[in-house]
Design a protein around this ligand. Structure first.
Ligand code: IMP
Length: 189
C-alpha cells in the first residue's frame, strides 16, 4: 500500500518512518499538498482533517498525527494548540514560554497525547490513540527529538525524551503506542 505521510513536521516524519519500517508500505512524503487549517476542537478532528484532505488530493492512503502536551498546572493547556503555544515560532521559544508559565508551580505533571489517523481516498478512516505521562523539568536537557522533548521526563525514566534515541522514545511514547496499535490492526495480530 502507498501511504502519504500527512505532516511537514520533520520530527514526526522520522518517528513515523521508523515505526512503520517493517510494514510493507511505500511511505511518501507530503509534497506540494497544501495542508488544511487545524480548525478542529479535538486531536481526532484535526488528525482527520489532515489525513482526509491529503488522501483526497493524492488519491493514496494518508497517515496523519495530531498531538500535543497537556500540563496539569495549566488545566490541560496547551493541548491541541501545542504547536502554536504563545503564538511563538520555534520549539525553543515555546519551551521557554512553558517554563515561564510554570514558574512557581509545584505541580510539574504533564502528558503527551497522539492521535494517528489512517484515511483512504474512499473516506474510510481508522483512529489510534496513545498517551505518555511524565514530569516537566525546570530547564531543557538533550539535543534529540523535537517540540517539548527536552523538558519531559517520562514516568519511570531519568532521561528526557530529547536524551533518548528515536527507538528508545518510540518504545514508550504516545506516538509509538498509537503507531504500534495501527501496526497490530494491520497485521491482524
Ligand atoms: P500538531 O502538528 O498540531 O499535531 O502539533 C503537535 C505539537 O505538539 C508539536 O509541534 C509539539 O510542539 C508537540 N508535540 C507533539 N508530540 C510531541 C513529541 O513527541 N515530543 C515533543 N513535542 C511534541
Amino acid at each position: 500500500m502507498t501511504v502519504t505521510v500527512a505532516t511537514g513536521n520533520a520530527g514526526k516524519v522520522r518517528e513515523i518512518a521508523a515505526a512503520l519500517a517493517d510494514l510493507d508500505w511505500e511511505l511518501r512524503p507530503l509534497q506540494g499538498v497544501p495542508m488544511p487549517e487545524e480548525t478542529g476542537a479535538t486531536y481526532e478532528e484535526n488528525a482527520a482533517l489532515k489525513a482526509c484532505t491529503v488522501a483526497l488530493v493524492t488519491r493514496t492512503a494518508a497517515l496523519a498525527d495530531d498531538s500535543g502536551i497537556e500540563v496539569e498546572a495549566l488545566n490541560g493547556e496547551p493541548g491541541i494548540y501545542s504547536a502554536r503555544f504563545g503564538g511563538l515560532g520555534s520549539d525553543l521559544e515555546r519551551n521557554l514560554y512553558l517554563l515561564e508559565k510554570l514558574r512557581g508551580h509545584a505541580n510539574r505533571r504533564a502528558k503527551f497525547v497522539s492521535v494517528v489517523i489512517l484515511a483512504q481516498p474512499s473516506g474510510q478512516v481508522e483512529t489510534y490513540r496513545g498517551e505518555l505521562s511524565g514530569t516537566l523539568l525546570e530547564a531543557p536537557r538533550g539535543e534529540g527529538g523535537f517540540g517539548y522533548d527536552p523538558l519531559f521526563v517520562p514516568d519511570g525514566q531519568t532521561r528526557t525524551l530529547a536524551e533518548m534515541s528515536v527507538a528508545e522514545k518510540q518504545a514508550i511514547s504516545h506516538r509509538g503506542k498509537a503507531l504500534a496499535a495501527l501496526k497490530t490492526a494491520k497485521r491482524g495480530n
